[in-house]
Design a protein around this ligand. Sequence first.
Ligand code: AMP
Length: 217
Amino acid sequence: MNLILLGAPGAGKGTQAKFIVEKYGIPQISTGDMLREAVAKGTELGKKAKEFMSQGKLVPDEIVIGIVKERLRQKDCEGGFILDGFPRTIAQAEALDRIMAEMGRKIDAVINISVPEEEIVRRIVNRRICRKCGAIYHLIYDPPKRPGICDKCGGELYQRDDDREEVVRQRFAVYRKSTQPLIDYYRKRGVLYEVDGTKDIVSVKSEILSILEKLKG
Ligand code: AMP
C-alpha cells in the first residue's frame, strides 16, 4: 500500500503513521523527521533547511522533492510506504505523481486528518517528543509517567523549536495556503478519505485502519 497522510501540523499524522507501521510493516517517510535529522547532523541539506524550519516556513520544493525521491527508491519501500508531511504543495504532489509514474506505481489512498486551528495550537504547544525513539507525548492528554522521560525507552523528552505558539500559528497559515489545496487535488482523483482528527487517538486509529482494511480487500 502506498499511502499519504494529509493534515495540518499537529493533526496526528506522526502518531497515526506509527500505528500503520506497526500493523502493516511499511515504512513511515516523514520529511519533517528527515529534515530535523539533517539539521541535527549539520549536513549541507540541514544548513539550508534550518532557517526555513525555525520560522515555520516550508523548505523549498526542489530540496524536499529530492530527498523523497531518493528515499522512495530504497528497498524497504518496495512493499509500500506512508508519506507523512509530504506532499505539502501542489508542486510537490505533481512531482510525486512523476516519481510514482517513473517507478510504475501509484498512490492507493490519501487520508486527510482534519482538525481546526485552535485545537491544533492546544495540541502542539503541549507536545513533547523523545530524543531517542521519537515517541510522541502530550503533557495534558497523554503525559509520560515520569516528567521529561520517555515511558518506552527512558530517553529525554524535548519540545521542538517550531512547536512554540507563534511558530505554530505561522505553520498553520502556511498549511492553509499551500497544503489545503491538496485535499481537492486528491479528491478529484478519487483517492481521498476523510477522518475527523478531533476524536481521541484510538478512535482515529480504528477509523484509519478500517479504511485501509477495506482498501486491501
Ligand atoms: P513536520 O515535522 O512535518 O511538521 O515538518 C517540520 C518542518 O519541516 C516544516 O514546518 C517545514 O519547515 C519542513 N518540512 C517538512 N516537510 C516539508 C515539505 N514536504 N515541504 C516543505 N517543507 C517541509
